[in-house]
Design a binder for this molecule. Structure first.
Ligand code: NAP
Ligand code: GCO
Length: 264
């Protein structure tokens, strides 16, 4: 029987107090996993713990900035001491800064790269040694449409997510022989706080132009929800995907396959 269960597994989801990370961690718990998560402030960690508790999930939360190697190594050591060895890592934490590239400071560019690309490297590097000892592990990097496509105002984010696609393929290449699978999930446009500015109702009550644009670019004719990503994530976290490695699974309602709805 194909094993989609996560019973007995420990999953770390970064940046998972809410949003996509929260939905993935909840799905892992529903599939039998113990879940731990981090966020950058105690306030957000506490809010996350309460949100998981409201769903009947006993999730442990840790304050940790994924860009800090010291904080990440300390968090992983604390998790291993308090809970156990991490079987599944989801590098979910991420930010976006939207502005024309020629108006973006190098500091802003660096910050996006630091969180969205250096962070996943730092956290993956911290969990791989124990996965090697265990002889198994799953790493899932949350990529993006911008791992494949560009658009105005997201140069740093696209560079980071493009790099994250290749980091995913390289981890898969380097550790596949040790039964560690590294794959990516490339969400389409998902309704979360990160994309809220793109969906704001206009002063005249009309939809945001970008909202209408995405609806026209998506065969499913809707924004995705974090829950749309849950099944693909459970698949990639489970033994059912043990021969899937270095793959970016796009969960985008068909955006990457579609030229876009013709204007009427
Ligand atoms: P979100 O609502 O902005 O949540 C991002 C999470 O990451 C927050 O919990 C945030 O914590 C945390 N975070 C930010 N910087 C961090 C750091 N340095 N260390 C630890 N945690 C940090 O984003 P989302 O929409 O759920 O997206 C989650 C992931 O999916 C991101 O990697 C994003 O790029 C990717 N993605 C999103 C979409 C979409 O349409 N929403 C599509 C494709 C890919 P705080 O709130 O405390 O800052
Ligand atoms: C944007 C959006 C996108 C989504 C996502 C798409 O400004 O274009 O924020 O980048 O977050 O990455 O897959």
């Amino acid at each position: 029987m194909v094993n989609f269960s996560l019973e007995g597994k420990l999953a770390l989801v970064t940046g998972a107090s809410y949003g996509i990370g929260f939905a993935l961690a909840k799905a892992f718990a529903d599939a039998g996993a113990k879940v731990v998560f981090n966020d950058i402030s105690q306030e957000m960690v506490d809010k996350g713990i309460a949100a998981y508790k409201a769903e009947g999930i006993d999730a442990k939360g840790y304050v940790c900035d994924v860009t800090s190697e010291d904080q990440v190594n300390a968090m992983v050591a604390q998790i291993e001491a308090e809970v156990g060895v991490i079987d599944v890592l989801v590098n979910n934490a991420g930010i976006i800064k939207r502005m024309p590239m020629h108006e973006m400071s190098a500091a802003d560019f660096r910050q996006v790269i630091d969180i969205d690309l250096n962070g996943p490297f730092i956290v993956a590097k911290a969990v791989i040694p124990s996965m090697l000892k265990k002889g198994a592990g799953k790493i899932i990097n949350i990529c993006s449409m911008m791992s494949e496509l560009g658009r105005e105002t997201v140069a740093a984010y696209a560079a980071a997510k493009g790099g994250l696609k290749m980091l995913t393929k390289n981890i898969a290449s380097e550790y596949g022989e040790f039964n560690i699978q590294c794959n990516g999930i490339g969400p389409g446009y998902i309704a979360t706080p990160q994309t809220a500015p793109l969906r704001e109702i206009q002063p005249d009550g009309s939809r945001h132009p970008f909202d209408s644009f995405i609806i026209a670019k998506t065969p499913a004719a809707r924004w995705g929800t974090p829950e749309d990503l849950a099944g693909p994530a459970v698949f990639l976290a489970s033994e059912a995907s043990n021969f899937v490695n270095g793959h970016i699974l796009y969960v985008d309602g068909g955006i990457l396959a579609y030229i876009g709805k013709q204007p009427k």
